[in-house]
Write a protein that binds this ligand. Structure first.
Ligand code: ADP
Length: 410
């Protein structure tokens, strides 16, 4: 009797567990799908405005340029919001993974300060940066550390009145085992009752419809969760009218070797070659979305490449074999064969040479980069990707390819 009840309950529990696992999987799939669906049209908006701003379809007059720059700014703003919402969802689902690497603390801080400099200048708010000279390098997730600091700095600028000051300070604790990053401001400050609520998602001190400051109330939640993922915490000291100090403390992990070489700068610029020649590099674009095709073709032809298009994975495999392109830009979600399958086939069939492949995808879920690399991609970029950045990656891979060939000849 008892044994039967235990067996029944075990079966019930197993069924409930399976149901939960299925629900969790649906949520992951939903997140992945949303991320794709939202980023694809945004990719076109941002990319097309890039094309227009670069004068590909003719030089813009001042008004057109301003309107287009505005359009692009709004695109980036929307992208930032979508990214925040997806980050909160990923963090809540325990799906956020850190990619730890050796970080140069000065470059991290300077890149963060650069991102808020314009907003601060516009309000005549002074930016102050101080660093304990002992803390030159640390091991952490560069992108996520930048996200923590930029979020806090942006808030500091946003909630500080004209002519105030804000600061970024890096020091270590007495024991020398914790990096303490403080973002302070001389702004409006926060009342004690509000301090506890702020780190919850979607909370803003002033949530009235007529509120003065824009935002989603997600920034501090993300900051706190990312600090926690690094094994750290965030503390807040503030006084209404006097300003605030957000203090992030993370364990100081020392890098085993030197920081990776920075000789290649993907954000640097170079001029367009501006003429397509028969010996220009041949770019195979595997992409099924017509507006993305138009954008990539227009841009890269102007940059001096010959461009061929494959509108599905199967065509990509066939064209890779018959045209022998110098580089392939591969979308992942495509009809017939998807990008992963296409890359696997290309790698299997093309054993004589290793054509560089850059996977460009609107999927931005954990594991996507690894899956693309495992399928054969040399680089992995998520949409919306700046065309200039994509071009830098292509140029870099082409340089690597020619150096390797030359080394082999010698
Ligand atoms: P958002 O800025 O998008 O509203 P956050 O999560 O970054 O969302 O911040 C939540 C709230 O905390 C803000 O709406 C604001 O009321 C308050 N806050 C954050 N940083 C500061 C600051 N430096 N000074 C005063 N208030 C702040």
């Amino acid at each position: 009797m008892l044994a039967r009840r235990v067996a029944e309950q075990t079966a019930d529990l197993r069924a409930a567990n399976e149901e939960l696992a299925r629900a969790a999987r649906y949520k992951d799939e939903f997140l992945a799908a949303m991320s794709h669906e939202l980023r694809t049209p945004l990719n076109t908006i941002i990319g097309m405005s890039d094309v227009m701003l670069e004068g590909v379809y003719g030089v813009l007059n001042e008004k057109q340029h301003r309107a287009m720059a505005n359009l692009q700014d709004s695109g980036y703003h929307l992208l930032a919001l979508i990214n925040d919402i997806l980050d909160v969802a990923k963090l809540a689902a325990g799906q956020m993974r850190l990619h730890r690497e050796a970080i140069d603390v000065d470059s991290l801080c300077n890149s963060c300060l650069a991102m808020v400099k314009k907003a601060a200048d516009d309000k005549r708010v002074a930016l102050v940066y101080t660093r304990d000279e002992r803390i030159e390098r640390m091991v952490a997730d560069l992108r996520r550390m930048r996200q923590i600091i930029v979020n806090l700095l942006s808030n500091a600028v946003k909630y500080t009145n004209e002519e105030g000051s804000i600061g970024l300070e890096v020091r270590c604790n007495e024991e020398g085992d914790t990096v303490i990053i403080t973002v302070w401001d001389t702004g409006i400050g926060i009342a004690p009752d509000d301090m506890k609520r702020l780190f919850k998602p979607f909370v803003q001190v002033d949530s009235s419809l007529t509120r003065r400051y824009e935002g989603t109330g997600l920034g501090l939640t993300i900051v706190q969760s990312l600090a926690a993922l690094h094994g750290g915490s965030v503390r807040l000291e503030s006084e209404v009218g006097a300003g605030s100090r957000f203090v992030v403390a993370v364990p100081w992990i020392h890098p085993p070797g030197e920081v990776a070489s920075k000789s290649w700068n993907p954000d640097g610029d170079s001029d367009f070659a501006n003429s397509v020649r028969t010996d220009s590099p041949l770019l195979l674009v595997a992409e099924d979305n017509e507006s993305s095709i138009e954008m990539l073709t227009g841009y890269f032809e102007l940059a001096g490449y010959r461009v061929q298009v494959a509108r599905n994975g199967l065509a990509a495999v066939q064209l890779a074999a018959s045209l022998k392109p110098d580089v392939i830009v591969m979308d992942i979600q495509m009809p017939e064969l998807d990008g992963h399958q296409a890359m696997q086939r290309i790698r299997r069939e093309d054993t004589s040479r290793r054509v560089p492949i850059i996977a460009v995808t609107a999927l931005a879920m954990p594991g996507d980069a690894e899956r693309s690399r495992a399928a054969g991609a040399d680089e992995y970029l998520t949409k919306p990707v700046s065309l200039r950045l994509l071009r830098k990656h292509i140029e870099h891979l082409l340089t690597l390819a020619t150096t390797t060939t030359r080394d082999q000849v010698i």
